[in-house]
Design a protein around this ligand. Structure first.
Ligand code: SAH
Length: 208
């Protein structure tokens, strides 16, 4: 499958019906998801791997990881309505055998995986909402892909926070991220923001 095909396929998946602002339910656009997944695939972090999608939402990253050959994807999502849509997307994409749906708070998920993929809440509604996601990711995996706002203070935070947990940023890519107007506080029909995709890896250099 080509990156472009992946992007189109993922953009056609069913989205949130009733997005909840407090959970920051922004679906990852197909092109951004494909960018993240392609990077992970090219670096050998998807094919044959056990993957966790933390805050899986409607399953864009989950389905994409399966299509690129993940052995297993744990799709962890707290919201029941999103889980229903995710299940349908997984079924329709023919990826049911690859996915285990975990309807729970990410903090209670405790399986070790090879790779974490996530588009966590950016923390624009609730400050620091991305922290439990990063902490869980650092706990269960040595390789983490995550999407955050492209702002200098966010970048500084990601670098310092990762370091505290023994991780380092190995890759960083800036992308445009289009959000259709979905919440009452969005005034424009389409909101364009800039995000950064990060690859974080446990640093084994210390103490060995
Ligand atoms: N990963 C999806 C959705 C991103 S939006 C995509 O790429 O399209 C962030 C998702 O995290 C939402 O679906 C929201 O319901 C979920 N979420 C927020 N807090 C959570 C928590 N504590 N535990 C599990 N999921 C959570």
């Amino acid at each position: 499958m080509k990156k472009k095909h992946l992007s189109i396929f993922l953009s056609r998946l069913e989205g949130f019906k009733n997005p909840k602002p407090e959970l920051e339910q922004y679906r990852t656009p197909g092109d951004v998801a494909a960018e993240l997944l392609w990077m992970a695939y090219s670096l050998g972090d998807i094919e044959g791997k056990a993957v966790a999608d933390l805050g899986a939402g409607t399953g864009v990253l989950t389905v994409g990881a399966c299509l690129l050959g993940a052995r297993k994807v744990y799709a962890v999502e707290i919201d029941g309505e999103a889980v229903e849509i995710l299940r349908r997307n997984v079924e329709n994409a023919g990826t049911r055998n690859c996915v285990e749906v975990v309807h729970a708070d990410v903090s209670s998920f405790n399986r070790r995986v090879d790779t974490v993929l996530m588009n966590p809440p950016f923390g624009s509604q609730r400050k620091h909402a991305d922290r439990p996601f990063l902490m869980k990711a650092f706990e269960i995996s040595d390789v983490v892909y995550s999407i955050h706002l492209d702002k200098p203070e966010v970048m500084a935070f990601i670098e310092t926070f990762s370091k505290e947990f023994g991780f380092q940023v190995t890759h960083r890519v800036t992308t445009n991220f289009e959000i259709p107007a979905q919440f009452f506080f969005h005034k424009k029909p389409l909101k364009r923001i800039k995000t950064r995709l990060y690859r974080l890896e446990r640093s084994f250099s210390k103490g060995i």
